[in-house]
Design a protein around this ligand. Structure first.
Ligand code: COA
Length: 374
């Protein structure tokens, strides 16, 4: 058996920034027009008037202050309310692959690796922009990785952590020597920007990780993966019905269920205890206690969720040092969130320190990895 380490990470932040103020102004203009256009139906009680969104609500309910997206003019256009993307020729690199490649280059440089070293590429994200060919194979090709295999996988917000476990297993068994994981999360295309209950939630980023054999790494900073624990439990509380069957069901692209939907309160109540118990059980399996963990890189959906999970684990308020928050800057970036937190908040840890990476989200799905800095 080999030992598996994370030897590099990378982050690509989408180019356009939307502040809460800009987002709320665009939504409120959309709502004003909707209410004016439907005044009669609203007066007759057939249609409900749209209430205004507010910056105060968003910041209090979620902790999100801004988000980055691949294209903002379409999102902020009250007539459109979705990103304006240009169709690319089949020969051109896809948007998702382009973002993944940018993050991958940083992760490879970080790990002191080149395309010649990678023998498995996994693209793990909460949605793929097309059915085939796999985005991972496109990334493999774009980076000039001439050997090995590549494939896509989707476990919603837990895609990255589930991929990390898969990479770990490939390293442990010797099936692969060096694995590149990419997480291009373009959440803005699936977000219902016309729904004030969720229009503030998501942003776009790509992250990347290199996982390889401990005895072959060249990187100065290495994180051994001591263990992984994955769990799923079916729930409809986070869902999108958009997919490759939609056009055959003669769906109107504007149907509400073609976008992200959630029962936010139920998700909050059900997922927090599940995630805290999951992490505590995982640590116990490895003979560790939450108090002995130097850092928790948690999924980044909502600041109150992370505070609650931190408190349940530590028996006290978790500080920004215990469990850093990046969602204020990036919003919820699906499976990439905990990887962004890991990428930005790990350099200050000492050799021998333990950390926990944990995702939780749609499915429900929870994935945790216990790491130790070598
Ligand atoms: N601006 C102003 N008011 C708003 C609003 C907005 N943008 N969005 C909702 N409201 C209103 C609601 O209509 C509701 O009004 P009511 O009490 O009159 O019915 C009130 O504010 C409370 O809304 P609610 O949706 O219950 O708020 P919340 O405190 O549950 O916060 C979330 C909403 C989404 C931030 C929160 O539930 C959450 O983060 N849940 C978990 C999300 C998650 O992790 N999802 C995983 C996705 S991968």
């Amino acid at each position: 058996m080999h030992r598996a380490v994370i030897s590099g990470s990378g982050l690509y932040a989408a180019p356009d920034l939307i502040s809460n103020e800009e987002l709320v102004a665009a939504y409120n203009e959309y709502a004003r027009r909707f209410n004016a256009d439907n005044a009669e139906c609203i007066a007759g009680g057939e249609v409900a008037a749209l209430g205004p969104s507010s910056v105060e609500f968003i910041e209090k309910a979620s902790g999100i202050r801004q988000r980055r997206v691949v294209e903002k003019s379409g999102v902020l256009d009250p007539q459109r309310m979705r990103p304006r993307l240009t169709r690319r020729p089949d020969e051109a690199l896809s948007l998702q692959a382009e973002m993944a490649v940018a993050a991958a280059r940083e992760a490879l440089a970080n790990a002191g690796r080149t395309a010649a070293d990678i023998d498995l590429v996994i693209c793990a994200a909460s949605a793929m922009q097309r059915a085939f060919p796999a985005i991972a194979i496109e990334v493999q090709h774009a980076l000039g990785i001439a050997q090995g295999a590549a494939f896509d996988m989707d476990v919603a917000c837990s895609s990255a952590t589930f991929a990390l476990d898969l990479a770990r297993q490939n390293i442990l068994t010797g099936a692969a020597r060096a694995v590149l994981i990419v997480n291009p999360e373009v959440c803005s295309v699936g977000l219902a920007w016309k729904d004030r209950d969720c229009h503030f939630i998501f942003g776009d980023v790509a992250t990347a990780l290199v996982v390889e054999r401990a005895d072959e790494t060249r990187a100065d900073e290495r994180w051994e993966i001591l263990g992984a624990k994955l769990a799923t439990r079916y729930s409809n509380n986070i869902r999108s019905n958009q997919g490759f069957y939609s056009h055959c069901e003669d769906r109107d692209p504007d149907d509400r269920d073609q976008y992200f939907m959630q029962e936010g309160r139920k998700v909050f109540k059900e997922v927090c205890p599940m995630a805290a118990e999951h992490i505590a059980a995982h640590l116990a399996d490895l003979g560790l206690q939450p108090a002995g963990v130097r850092r928790f890189w948690l999924h980044q959906a909502n600041i109150a969720m992370n505070q609650l999970i931190g408190k349940r684990l530590l028996g006290r308020e978790a500080t920004a040092d215990d469990a850093p928050i990046i969602l204020d800057e990036f919003a919820n970036t699906a499976s990439a969130g905990s990887i962004v937190a890991f990428h930005q908040h790990r350099a200050d840890l000492q050799r021998g320190d333990h950390g926990v990476l944990c995702s939780f989200g749609a499915g429900y799905s929870i994935g945790s990895l216990v790491l130790r800095k070598l």
